[in-house]
Design a protein around this ligand. Structure first.
Ligand code: SMO
Length: 712
């Protein structure tokens, strides 16, 4: 390997490999000691604080919007409504599915109100409290006579073989329905934006809690018809995002518009309640499927349809959950004949978009419920029926019926590993024994696959005169340890100590253009971009073309194809027959994320993902009542899992390299949210099957389980 020194490019010995080391996160010291800098901490010169008047109704017509009284309130500088805003452009939507209808992107509601919480007017004042107070003085007169709005949304369909014929010929047919509760992504840090205005250049620097700074810049430029040179976007520390900060929000566009219009700094920090009301929601899909199984337990046909909700406007990734929920079927199983439909349609609610998993949990939950139903119908053990149908290692790359290409995997071997690590056979025997004693106990399994993104990412690597290196990454971080993992990759490639590698990301000013922290793509695609930039740097130096430092190379790396992580989870559940209270007695995860850069980060992703998946399975649910009001608008009404709700669990891994990127890495950021709900749901149904239960709705609250057990 090559080692650099300040004097130039002399070669030295190799060092301990950094890839694969459980290195502690370099981010943590400043984050856990209160030294993090979030959007709310960014200093601004004399900013206007923004607060929003929001719609109290899910539909209606604005007859009048009186802002004068608000204007006269203390500290108020401006009050803006749709008329004051004028015409703006729309947000662009990722066209992964066929769109229909015209989707609106109202920054402030014009005539029509389409959801509770929709911004109607913005108050800009000297303090946040003054802005909020003045919102109460804006008088919005609403009439409830509204004309029907043309629906908008997306459709997709995938088919192969003669599904009807194969289904008719099957020895067994099993059908299930799975409803996913609508969820609040609930990042620790809510949304927020701080806009610095630069007089001399009539430009802005937008500090945004975002997963996609470069996209935000281009979208802002388009929506506001402002040259991109006048807008820089920088993501400071981001306190979680989970897909909810992947798209620009109307509130954010308003703040940038106002900064440019009034030539003042602006800031808006969402409250927790505003995030429940008007940040994008996740899941909420209803899926139905029928699986045809032959006499040997082989899957011969799958018919499935997934229906996903959308809100009153479409975030840029609005179609992604519906797309993933369809195209990922039939997961890692070989099924020749399929007929799959997926659709999503707008409604009078908050926007719905990607949320950690983004269609992956929906696809995998449906398939895993069908597989367990097939096991029950055929009398074949659930593990064995999976083993018989999983794609064998020799079949990769495997083109699925939807056209996706699964890259590599040792699916059945991983399942055997799970069986071995959990003492599966002994556990089945224990469950049977305890049932005979009257206990309500069950075992549930889930196999999952996780695509981790397509396309490109970028990096610029600079070697400094003092022998240190700077990685400027085109992607971004949402608090998930990017800087640590990318430093490990660059350290190995450049034969430097990790401490000698600095990593910056999230700034459109100082970093090359990139995509962002999405879809579990940051290591497989982003990490590969860093590796490629390091290699380009070495090649340049080795060629002797430039031996003076600093020397810098920038690359755009495009992945050859998707890398597909996979894994299998086993959950043992006991349900208290008196109260319905569920206890997860045993949880085991075996995941294969390809080459692992940092096992500690991977374990953290699985643990955190599992916790969020457990939240979906057991307790979380956003509820709109019959009047379109959100009745779960706070953490008093919406149950998030706490540390004490998370059981101890074992995590182990296999590493099957992906052939689609030079690191051999796959994604793992969403693994837990995909595998956990399916495994927990299967375990609960298994526990209650002796009591005649074949289906359960999530979340599996104690009330739900008690009612199912007692058939009330
Ligand atoms: S749900 Mo993710 O941030 O692609």
């Amino acid at each position: 390997m090559t080692v650099f020194s300040a004097r130039g490019l002399e070669r030295a010995g190799s060092q301990e490999p950094q890839i694969g080391r459980p290195m502690r996160r370099r981010e943590d010291l400043h984050l856990v000691t209160g030294a993090g800098r979030y959007v709310a901490d960014v200093p601004l010169q004399d900013p206007l604080h923004v607060a929003f008047v929001r719609s109290p109704v899910p539909e209606g017509r604005i007859a009048a919007c009186e802002t004068q009284d608000a204007h006269d309130m203390p500290g108020v500088v401006q009050v803006v409504d749709a008329a004051g805003l004028g015409a703006l452009g729309s947000l662009s939507i990722n066209p992964v599915l066929e769109p229909f209808g015209v989707a609106p992107f109202p920054v402030l509601a014009g005539e029509r109100l389409a959801a509770v919480g929709q911004p109607v007017a913005a108050v800009l004042a000297a303090t946040p409290a003054q802005a909020l107070d003045a919102c109460d003085a804006v008088l919005v007169e609403i009439e409830d006579d509204v004309a029907a709005v043309e629906p908008a949304g997306f459709r997709g369909a995938w088919s192969s073989g003669d599904c009807d014929q194969a289904m008719a010929a099957a020895a067994h047919r099993v059908s299930v329905t799975v409803d996913h509760p609508r969820l609040a992504p609930a990042s620790l840090e809510p949304r927020g934006i701080a806009v610095a205005y630069h007089d001399e250049s009539d430009s802005v620097t937008v500090f945004l809690s975002t997963q996609t700074p470069h996209r935000a810049r281009l979208e802002l430029s388009r929506i506001l018809s402002v040259a991109p040179e006048r807008i820089q976007v920088a993501a400071p520390d981001v306190g979680g995002a989970f897909g909810m900060k992947a798209s620009l929000y109307p509130e954010e566009v308003l703040c940038v518009w106002a900064a440019l219009r009034f030539k003042r700094a602006t800031r808006w920090i969402s409250s927790r309640g505003e995030d429940f009301l008007a940040a994008s929601h996740g899941r909420g899909a209803t899926s139905e499927g029928t699986l045809g199984v032959d006499a040997q337990g082989r899957f011969v046909a799958l018919k499935a349809s997934v229906s996903s909700p959308l809100g009153h406007w479409l975030p840029s990734s609005a179609a992604i959950p519906a797309w993933n929920a369809g195209r990922i079927l039939p997961s890692g199983y070989r099924v020749e004949a399929v007929d799959i439909r997926s659709s999503a349609e707008t409604s009078n609610t908050a926007a719905v978009g990607i949320y950690r998993g983004a269609g992956r949990p929906e696809a995998n939950c449906l398939m895993e419920r069908l597989v367990e139903a097939a096991a029950a119908a055929t009398g074949i053990d659930p593990l064995e029926i999976r083993r018989r149908n999983l794609i064998p290692p020799t079949a990769f790359p495997h083109t699925g019926p939807s056209g996706v290409v699964l890259d590599s995997g040792r699916y059945a071997e991983l399942l055997d590993r799970l069986a071995q690590e959990t003492g599966y056979d002994a556990r089945r025997a224990e469950v049977a024994e305890r049932r005979a004693r009257g206990e309500v106990v069950g075992l549930g399994m889930a196999f999952y696959i996780e695509p981790c993104g397509t396309g490109w990412e970028s990096a610029r690597v600079t070697l400094n005169p003092d022998g240190t290196a700077l990685v400027a990454f085109g992607g971004s971080t949402q608090g998930h340890g990017r800087e640590t993992a990318l430093a490990q990759i660059a350290a190995d490639a450049l034969s430097l100590a990790p401490d000698a590698v600095s990593v910056v990301c999230g700034s459109t000013d100082t970093c090359p253009t990139g995509i962002g922290a999405l879809a579990s793509r940051s290591t497989a695609i982003g990490g590969s971009a860093v590796l490629k930039a390091c290699e380009a740097l070495l090649a340049r130096i080795d060629s002797g073309a430039d031996t003076s430092v600093p020397v810098s190379e920038e690359v755009v790396y495009e992945a050859a194809g998707e890398a597909w992580g996979y894994g299998a989870y086993l959950v043992q559940i006991a349900i208290d027959p008196e109260t319905g209270d569920p206890t997860l007695e045993h949880v085991a995860c075996v995941d294969d994320a390809g080459t692992v850069i940092n096992p500690m980060l991977v374990e953290g992703q699985i643990r955190g993902g599992f916790a969020q998946g457990l939240g979906e399975a057991l307790m979380e649910r956003l509820v709109y009542d019959g009047d379109g009001q959100l009745v779960t608008g706070s953490l008093m009404d919406y149950a998030l899992p706490r540390a004490s709700d998370i059981p101890a669990f074992s995590i182990s891994k296999m590493e099957t390299a992906s052939p689609n990127n030079p690191l051999g890495a796959k994604g793992v950021g969403e693994a837990g949210t995909i595998g956990a709900p399916a495994a927990i749901l299967n375990a609960a149904i298994d526990a209650l099957r002796p009591h005649g239960v074949t289906d359960l709705p999530m979340p599996l609250t104690s009330e739900t389980l008690w009612r199912a057990l007692h058939r009330t």
